[in-house]
Design a protein around this ligand. Sequence first.
Ligand code: ZN
Ligand code: ZN
Length: 352
Amino acid sequence: MTILSKLSYALILLGLILLMGACSSTETVYLKKHHTPDGYVNTIPLESPAIGDMLGFAWESLTSDTKNIEYPTAQNDPMFLQKNTKKATITWVGHSTFLIQMGGLNFLTDPQFSERASPVSWIGPKRYTPPGIALEDLPVIDFVLISHNHYDHLDLATVQYLKEKQSQNPPLYFVPLGLKSWFKDIGVENVKELDWWEKDTFKGFAIHSVPIQHYSNRTPWNRNQSLWAGWVIENEQRTIFFVGDTGYSKDFKKIGEKFGPMDLSLLPIGAYEPRRFMESIHVNPEEAVKIHQDVQSRYSIGQHWGTFSLTTEDMDEPPRYLSQALKKANISESEFFVMKHGETRMLNPLFN
Ligand code: ZN
Ligand code: ZN
């Protein structure tokens, strides 16, 4: 190739590059790695499940003899909870739903009070253990954390009930990116949408959205169109870490480096079998213990078990498996424990 033809070749190449740049300037630019044209992805992207795998899981669910259990609920004191502004408390409602009272505010995590975790009331995963406190007995809720849009974490009927009940003083919802429109469509406007690593503040609290490993969808057509997130909630007294659903990932070490040590982590321990389908999206108790260590948690409470039967392990297996995992990791069961549905514990002093 002569120098002249080399030069013209280089010019043509340069022209093409500039042209490509000009063309792409009219398209959406995705500045963050987890934002893609096909939706959001995990820090280490997961493959979408093959149709055969989904059918395989459906078949295993249908044919498994999973033991389902209705747990007795512990008595709490709704009158005290409604009036309390001084004491820091935590009440496990069931599944990933907690009522937390801190700094004079009341907040809920993934409020789900319905009979089913499903788009319709007559079919879909059924609740075995009733909510540990009735919706009508809740104190006035100041804010709500939503981890993602799956039906066992974001419940339309519950959000609508809170909207009616608190029409004069609606709770503020903190939701992952892309989920605000769902709230807008049902007339709920008091919503803050956060991307991973973004922070907001509210009445003495700093609220951070952090990456976890999961996915989102409410229909077969909107997979990963809204994000999923863990939440770190800090006030002067405490740092609390809430995770809805997650597979185990390196994200937790990073979260620990940035926000640890946590005073209290609320970690999922159920819905992990069969492993070959669930491993990437739902941790088992052993992995929950690793998260507890990664974020240097003083205390953790195991949740996402004993309420809905979503997968094939027996409903009472997660706490037993947690005990074994703790023993193996040489961690005391008073450090990482489960609560009874409806049980209230004091957060100040923290569990002692
Ligand atoms: Zn989920
Ligand atoms: Zn879930």
